[in-house]
Design a protein around this ligand. Structure first.
Ligand SMILES: NC(=O)C1=CN([C@@H]2O[C@H](COP(=O)(O)OP(=O)(O)OC[C@H]3O[C@@H](n4cnc5c(N)ncnc54)[C@H](OP(=O)(O)O)[C@@H]3O)[C@@H](O)[C@H]2O)C=CC1
Ligand SMILES: Cc1cn([C@H]2C[C@H](O)[C@@H](COP(=O)(O)OP(=O)(O)O[C@H]3O[C@@H](C)C(=O)[C@@H](O)[C@H]3O)O2)c(=O)[nH]c1=O
Ligand SMILES: [Mg+2]
Length: 300
């Protein structure tokens, strides 16, 4: 099969380029041919490529910047997604797409299930929700995975921010009242490949059903808990990575003002993805350990 992959330089896309390899030919278009900020160019890209599946790992992910760039976030996360979905439908391709816990307002006292009411608190969340809705409305065959708190050994993420700040400062202050699960991009990519392979078999057999699934690291913690675990694991298994930080102070979100509001509860119930695909994501602590093992030496 032929898979058109967008966002291959991002955290999830980088891992997808590897995880999708055993499934077929992975086509990674250059940015000049695939710019989601120019949605009108995407129909031709898909028509020329003729993919079996489109895996869209490209997105506008700068949560705070989106508050002042909502139109651009919307173009990339919603209007371009609508074009990809329409093109997928015309080409008879399956669309695999990613969304976020930030579609929820975080007020639910338990983990979110897929059909819980959405109510994004910020511009990024609104743009991602519009992307989900555009895919559902398009009628293309699709799988949407809502994930959370993504990190990887490369890219812009909380793990690498903590390693950088932890090497520079004695004390860090990290919010302890936002709960969720850190998710290693590698695990998302491997799970996506398993699901895509099953979906392709289902389509060939004529019983494929489109759907949206929650997919995040196993277990739960706060950003503060994540930071503490990062430093504990670095001390235990990566003494070569210099750390200066002593204490990680637990603070409330109100003590860490940001342009974008963030949900206090980002926990995603994952029973649906287990039932449909037999996927059980690894515990976030174990995944963090594997990722740390792969980090290059020195500071990043
Ligand atoms: N990061 C997170 O914590 C979470 C992410 N998600 C979702 O998961 C998916 C993957 O996220 P993640 O891997 O973290 O994202 P990254 O920010 O790491 O990567 C984004 C990718 O999109 C590309 N991109 C950005 N703008 C455009 C554009 N105009 N045209 C083409 N490509 C573009 C980037 O290319 P370049 O490098 O050239 O800019 C990069 O390859 C996204 O849908 C995101 O919304 C969901 C929950 C949490
Ligand atoms: C750097 C830093 C952050 N924080 C807080 C801010 C925030 O509440 C939390 C995480 O910070 P980040 O900027 O990494 O978070 P953020 O960019 O909001 O991460 C989100 O990205 C998008 C793309 C998603 O889809 C979400 O699932 C989520 O992963 O930690 C501290 O409390 N102290 C610190 O020193
Ligand atoms: Mg961020």
């Amino acid at each position: 099969m032929r898979i058109l992959l967008t966002g291959a330089s991002g955290q999830v896309g980088w891992e997808l380029a590897r995880s999708l390899m055993p499934l077929g030919e992975v086509i990674v278009p250059a940015r000049e041919r695939c710019d989601l900020a120019r949605p009108e160019t995407l129909a031709a890209l898909v028509a020329e490529t003729g993919p079996t599946a489109i895996v869209n790992a490209a997105a506008y992910t700068a949560v705070d910047r989106a508050e002042s760039e909502e139109a651009l976030a919307r173009r990339i996360n919603a209007e371009a997604v609508a074009e990809l979905a329409a093109a997928a439908r015309r080409a008879g391709a399956l669309l695999v797409h990613y969304s976020t816990d930030y579609v929820f307002d975080g007020s639910k006292p338990a983990a979110y299930v897929e059909d819980d009411p959405v109510a994004p608190l910020n511009a990024y969340g609104r743009s991602k929700l519009a992307g989900e809705q555009a895919i559902a409305a398009s009628g293309c065959d699709h799988l949407i995975f809502r994930t959370t708190w993504v990190y990887a050994a490369r890219g812009a993420n909380f793990l690498l921010t903590m390693l950088r700040l932890g090497a520079e400062r004695d004390v860090l202050r990290v919010v302890a009242d936002q709960f969720g699960a850190p998710t290693w991009a590698r695990n998302i990519a491997d799970a996506s490949a398993l699901a895509l392979a099953q979906a392709v078999r289902e389509r060939a057999a004529g019983h494929f059903r489109s759907g949206l699934f929650h997919l995040a690291g196993g277990g739960e913690t706060s950003w503060h808990g994540f930071a503490e675990e990062i430093f504990a694991q670095v001390r235990a298994r990566r003494p070569d990575l210099a750390l200066r930080v002593g204490a990680v102070e637990a603070i409330p979100s109100t003590a860490y003002p940001t342009p974008a509001a963030r949900p206090l509860n980002s926990r995603l119930d994952q029973r649906a993805v287990a039932e449909r695909f037999g996927i059980v994501m690894p515990c976030w602590r174990a995944a963090l350990g594997r990722c740390l093992d792969e980090l290059g030496g020195g500071r990043r």
